[in-house]
Ligand binder design. Structure first.
Ligand code: NDP
Length: 227
């Protein structure tokens, strides 16, 4: 049994990660910014810790909340799109929304990792994975637009690469993950796959991660996503 810490675990992909890992018998600690929304997570038998990742002071103090227990797998899942799609078109981008999105999608993942680093170091072979997106890929961007979301995930990818290098000597494996286009609140009803299929695939990808895979950008089907 592993201890798995998932941010933003009250709905969408985070909740599905919690459901599938609980089904496998793992211990799941899910964070949720509004404890009033944690009903589904609690019903799975997960432990719930309140955390708004936009509150960087709370993120910095999160290590004290987790305590000194080992964390085998950290899934940085909490994320936002940053307003409606049309609000990310050229000429429509709101700088304030952009900054708020960078806090949640880019800065908080690093600061949360720093906060729980002692917990990852206490595990025997810890992994830290980050829900990125193909939308953050430079190479895959031929459609343009989505300035806020794309830049926040591209910057997250840079964070992941640096973490992979910096944590290599501590044997913590780090990866950026693309879940596919998934039918969640964020993905909308037209997505290619449902959350169950996405997370079943990502769990296989995570289970197969070896030290030599640290710093890779992998999709739910195991394929490499170009940077
Ligand atoms: P949802 O919008 O369905 O869920 C987002 C989750 O993040 C919710 O639990 C939400 O909590 C939480 N969250 C948002 N902001 C904060 C915050 N400030 N503090 C704490 N929690 C927060 O998104 P998905 O489940 O679809 O996406 C999960 C991850 O996967 C995201 O990082 C997303 O960018 C990525 N992704 C998703 C794709 C898709 O097609 N769905 C494609 C590619 C990547 P609350 O309920 O409180 O809002």
């Amino acid at each position: 049994m592993s201890t798995i810490l998932i941010s933003g675990a009250n709905r969408g992909l985070g909740l599905e990660f919690a459901r599938q890992y609980r089904q496998e018998g793992h211990r799941v600690i899910g964070t949720c910014r509004d404890p009033g929304k944690a009903g589904d997570l609690l019903a799975l038998g997960a432990e719930v810790l309140p955390l708004d990742v936009a509150d960087l002071a709370a993120v910095a103090g999160f290590g004290a909340v987790v305590g000194d227990q080992p964390v085998d797998l950290f899934i940085n899942n909490a994320g936002v799109y940053g307003g409606r799609h049309s609000e990310q078109d050229l000429g429509e981008v709101d700088s304030r929304v952009w900054l708020e999105t960078l806090v949640v999608n880019t800065i908080a993942p690093l600061k949360l990792t720093e906060a729980i680093l002692p917990n990852l170091e206490r595990a025997e072979a810890a992994k830290a994975v980050y829900l990125s997106s193909k939308m953050g890929s430079m190479a895959a961007n031929s459609a343009g637009g989505a300035y806020i979301y794309r830049s926040s995930k591209a910057a997250l990818n840079a964070v992941v690469r640096s973490l992979a290098a910096d944590l290599a000597d501590r044997a913590i494996v780090v990866a950026a993950l693309h879940p596919g286009w998934v039918r969640t609140d964020m993905g909308g009803p037209d997505g290619d796959i449902d959350a169950g299929e996405s997370i079943a695939g990502l769990r296989r990808v995570i289970a197969a991660l070896a030290t030599t895979d640290s710093g890779r950008f992998l999709a739910y089907d195991g394929g490499e996503v170009p940077w």
